[in-house]
Ligand binder design. Structure first.
Ligand code: NAP
Length: 475
């Protein structure tokens, strides 16, 4: 793997005098040096995106679809290289990195299909007297240059969820990846240029987060799409001006295990949903609510399975749980767990660090107002609580400022329908964990967790403007 990386400025590789280091979250070894974008480079990138839009808006559905399909194949072709880079820069286990790479290829594949399906509507307008012979047709037009800012935890597929729908819709795009994980997005830039995307229409600018605020304010962008933490996301929305804004933010997702749930399956899925990617997934399970009647056997299974997880070097095939992204994330987790234990909580396993790794931790007897319960932990920590009926479980799950997804294990149709109707989230997953996501489903949050939806078809709607042509055919 190369050690020096340039940034991508409107299709041109540029090296700057201000490189920064990307280091392995696992052992702090140097992964690469990357050119950092200055404000002047960002301004240049916006100019290029404006020019690039004049090219992308005129591409046919066929041309957009072909570029996306070529990119999908190239990601699949380079999947092992991408997975290794991802594992090195983010600390994701190599097995999970392969899954993400396959998903990113699929995200582009779906976008290549959706690019051909951006349809419209026929609307009869002759509903009132005097409107005889009138009808309307609607069509979605590309919005214009898009700004995407992305987080560290899915450094390829969450960039794909911004770039692929932008291309499908006919927009140009500037991406600012997370500073800790810029490499996958730079490889993606390379792939897109080779796939035939007009060069001016794509920039990938590793940069300090705070410096990127000038781009968020820039009204040459017509849409700002952000994935990251709630604090940063809502603040950036407040300075984004009149452009459209999509926010994919954090959460403290809940799983509900009802009395008739298949316990072994639910426990297995909950372990994965709580501790995959060391809990650094926006829809990672942070709270599990278990029916009183099955609480004891369920928790035993959960603890046993959690103790069986292999912790260690993310590049090793057998590793289930790798490091947190950096030292401050480990320290924050330690402090929050200590606060819970000091307030009467009990740890059934974990509650300790091993260098850059925090042990998968199960907490019980946790007051709902403690940070490990009501704030986003973003680490391998899960809180387990009990309930006596589904209405109480739903109320407990809703006792949160967040609302991304919730999972409900039940075979009771009435309980399932109540959960669907009453849970305050963007998506309810029945008989699986809230961590379930496939890339074409509508995905996004309510309350503090965000605004708008991703999932290619839905992101394309956000990235296009609906326009009406009203026809008078009898003039
Ligand atoms: P973060 O700290 O909010 O950073 C996200 C991105 O915003 C990074 O590129 C960061 O750049 C940039 N940024 C930070 N401050 C900025 C500013 N003032 N102006 C412009 N850009 C700024 O989030 P993270 O720690 O990378 O990711 C974890 C968070 O993302 C969690 O809350 C997680 O739940 C959420 N997330 C949500 C979803 C979803 O789909 N809902 C998916 C994944 C993750 P730097 O890296 O340079 O600071």
């Amino acid at each position: 793997m190369k050690k020096q990386w340039d940034l991508l400025l409107g299709g041109r590789w540029v090296s700057t005098e201000d490189p920064f280091e990307v280091r392995s979250p696992y052992d702090n070894s140097l992964v690469a040096e990357v050119s950092r974008a200055s404000s002047a480079r960002m301004d240049e990138a916006v100019d290029l995106a404006v020019n690039g839009f004049e090219l992308t808006r005129n591409l046919s559905s066929y041309e957009r679809s072909r570029i996306l399909e070529t990119a999908s194949s190239a990601i699949a072709h380079r999947s092992e290289e991408l997975a290794k880079i991802m594992s090195l820069e983010s600390g994701k286990t190599i097995r999970d990195a392969r899954v993400e790479t396959a998903r990113a290829s699929n995200t582009f594949k779906i976008a290549s299909e959706e690019a051909k399906r951006i349809g419209g509507e026929y609307i009869s307008l002759d509903w009132i007297e005097g409107s005889k012979g009138r009808f309307g047709i609607t069509r979605r037009f590309p919005l214009g240059p898009v700004l995407g800012i992305t987080p560290f935890n899915f450094p390829l597929n969450l960039v794909a969820h911004k770039v692929a729908p932008a291309i499908a819709a006919g927009n140009s795009i500037v991406i600012k990846p997370a500073s800790s994980t810029p490499l996958c997005s730079l490889v993606l830039g390379e792939i897109l240029l080779e796939a035939g995307l007009p060069p001016e229409s794509i920039s990938v600018l590793p940069a300090k987060g705070s410096l990127a605020e000038t781009m968020v304010r820039d009204d040459r962008f017509k849409l700002f799409t952000f994935t990251g933490s709630c604090d940063v996301g809502w603040r950036l929305k407040s300075i984004a001006g009149k452009k459209r804004v999509t926010l994919e933010l954090g959460g403290n997702a809940a799983a509900i295990v009802d009395e008739d749930a298949p316990l072994e399956v639910a426990a297995e899925k909950c372990v994965r949903g709580s501790f995959a990617n060391a809990g650094q997934i926006c829809i990672s399970i942070q709270r599990i609510f278990v029916h009183n009647s099955v609480y004891e056997p369920f928790i035993q299974m959960l603890v046993t399975k959690t103790k069986g997880l292999v912790l260690g070097n993310p590049l090793e095939e057998r590793t289930d749980v790798g490091p947190l992204i950096d030292g401050s994330a480990v320290e924050k987790t330690e402090a929050w767990v200590k606060e819970a234990l000091a307030s009467g909580a009990r740890a059934l396993t974990g509650a300790a660090r091993r260098g850059s790794i925090y042990e998968p931790t199960i907490l019980v007897d946790v007051r709902p107002d403690l940070k490990v319960s009501c704030c986003e932990v973003f680490a391998p920590v899960v809180v387990v609580d009990r309930f006596s009926n589904i209405v109480e479980a739903i109320a407990k799950a809703n006792d949160s400022t967040f609302g991304l997804q919730a999972g409900v294990f039940t075979h009771n149709l009435d309980a399932a329908m109540k959960a669907f109707e009453l849970l305050e989230v963007g998506g309810v997953v029945l008989n699986d964990v809230p961590t379930y996501r496939v890339d074409h489903m509508p995905y996004g949050g309510v309350k503090d967790s965000g605004l708008g939806r991703e999932g290619l078809k839905y992101a394309i709607e956000e990235m296009t403007e609906l326009k009406l042509l009203a026809v008078n055919s009898k003039s």
